[in-house]
Design a binder for this molecule. Structure first.
Ligand SMILES: NC(=O)c1ccc[n+]([C@@H]2O[C@H](COP(=O)([O-])OP(=O)(O)OC[C@H]3O[C@@H](n4cnc5c(N)ncnc54)[C@H](O)[C@@H]3O)[C@@H](O)[C@H]2O)c1
Length: 378
């Protein structure tokens, strides 16, 4: 098939590589010229910023950002703009697939009205988990639903060419909602365990020992790990797409809102616990944070709670440096080698980091890593 993929970020690039390897003729369209330059020659298909390359494609996949705006309201401007840009290059029967995460009704009520009734439409939400070595684009089951049976069959044919397991659902709205619910499930359970860590602390019992004890139950329980909070483009963002849709429909998404509140408050909760640990105040104390990416072994700092912790500690007067072997530079600052400090904080535990330079420092681990060799703080 001739395939055009709009957006060549994390999702669009992974799809491009998979579709190209499956034998499709792929073009990627990307508005960020520096990204186009970085990808040129590095992948097996062509990438450019000219939307006319979409002309003649049988399948056009939209994989652009769906963030929240400053008021935590879904921002669909990237999706709308991508659709406006391809509008003149699609034809009767072109299959438009949306992989970008959004609320139920986005394909039908936002995308289809821009591109018109001559196209076919399907939803195929991406579920990729960065740095997951076991589950990738080929073996993570894919949900598919078209707005017509013709759209569904064409989408099934395309995705079956590189995904081992494809599940058809009855409507794009179900596929869109399933993607949001999966991430909401994680967001709410992470918030619950983060709240439990705060309760266990005041009760004077070990969170980890209690969770390990609960996890001996062979059914009806799934362990989650307390940490500094949630980051990345998905868990802190997607549930708010669901709560937005719920609230528009007149239902308050109280669990989602509460979970957001708990997760967002974790960096300041940890900063206050650090102040107590250091005798009541962090002012003037030298603190080094290891790992500022939102998860281990990725360079993505979007929504990373480690950045909120650094800001909060600085606001309280601490002298904070950071080390991140994967990120290297952020906000005009560079990663510093680990050095002896008043307190070392493992926020995100990238593989292979040698914390030996902290042997004379107090160290706490607020990461989700199973065992960094340092005591769990939460
Ligand atoms: N990263 C993940 O792990 C992940 C997992 C599942 C779903 N998603 C969802 O997939 C979508 C894309 O996420 P991502 O992580 O690839 O984002 P990203 O920011 O890495 O990539 C998006 C790319 O789209 C480009 N872009 C923006 N507007 C464009 C336009 N009008 N035309 C062409 N290109 C445009 C951007 O420059 C960027 O390079 C989002 O909805 C996200 O929620 C992401």
């Amino acid at each position: 098939m001739r395939v055009a993929i709009i957006g060549q970020g994390y999702v669009g690039k992974a799809l491009g590589i998979a579709a190209h390897s499956a034998g499709h003729s792929v073009v990627g369209v990307e508005i960020d010229e520096s990204r186009v330059a970085a990808l040129a020659g590095a992948i097996g298909y062509s990438v450019g910023s000219d939307f006319s390359s979409v002309a003649g494609s049988e399948v056009v996949v939209v994989a652009v950002p769906t963030p929240l705006d400053g008021n935590r309201i879904p921002d669909l401007s990237y999706v709308e703009s991508a659709c406006e840009s391809v509008k003149s290059y699609v034809d009767v029967g072109t299959l438009i697939v949306n992989e970008s995460t959004s609320f139920p009704g986005t394909l039908r009520n936002v995308i289809a009205p821009i591109l018109g009734s001559d196209c076919l439409y399907a939803s195929a939400p991406e579920r990729i988990d960065p740095a997951n070595e076991k589950w990738g684009i080929e073996n993570t089951p894919r949900l598919i639903a078209g707005m017509s049976s013709e759209a569904t069959s064409k989408a099934l044919e395309f995705y079956r060419s590189f995904c081992k397991e494809v599940h058809e659902v009855s409507s794009p709205e179900v596929a869109e909602a399933a993607k949001l619910f999966e991430n909401t499930f994680r967001q709410v359970n992470i918030a619950l365990v983060n709240e439990f860590a705060q309760i266990a602390n005041v009760l004077g019992i070990s969170t980890n020992e209690t969770l390990a004890a609960a996890a001996t139950k062979p059914y009806g329980f799934m362990p989650f790990v307390p940490s500094i909070g949630v980051g990345g483009h998905c868990i802190p963002v997607d549930p708010s797409y669901l709560s937005y849709a719920a609230e528009l429909a007149g239902v308050e998404a109280s669990f989602i809102n509460l979970a957001n509140k708990v997760n967002i408050s974790m960096p300041s909760y940890i900063a206050s616990r650090i102040a107590s640990l250091l005798g009541g105040s962090v002012a003037g104390r030298r603190i080094q944070v290891a790992g500022i990416a939102y998860k281990a072994d990725v360079s993505d700092t979007r929504e990373s709670p480690a950045l909120a912790l650094i800001s909060e500690l600085r606001r309280l007067g601490a002298v904070v440096s950071w080390h991140d072997s994967v990120v290297g530079a952020w906000n005009g600052e560079s990663s510093k080698a680990l050095e002896s400090v008043d307190l070392g904080v493992i926020a995100t535990a990238h593989s292979g980091v040698d914390y030996g330079a902290w042997s004379d420092s107090k160290v706490i681990d607020v990461s989700t890593a199973a065992n960094t060799g340092w005591p769990k703080f939460l």
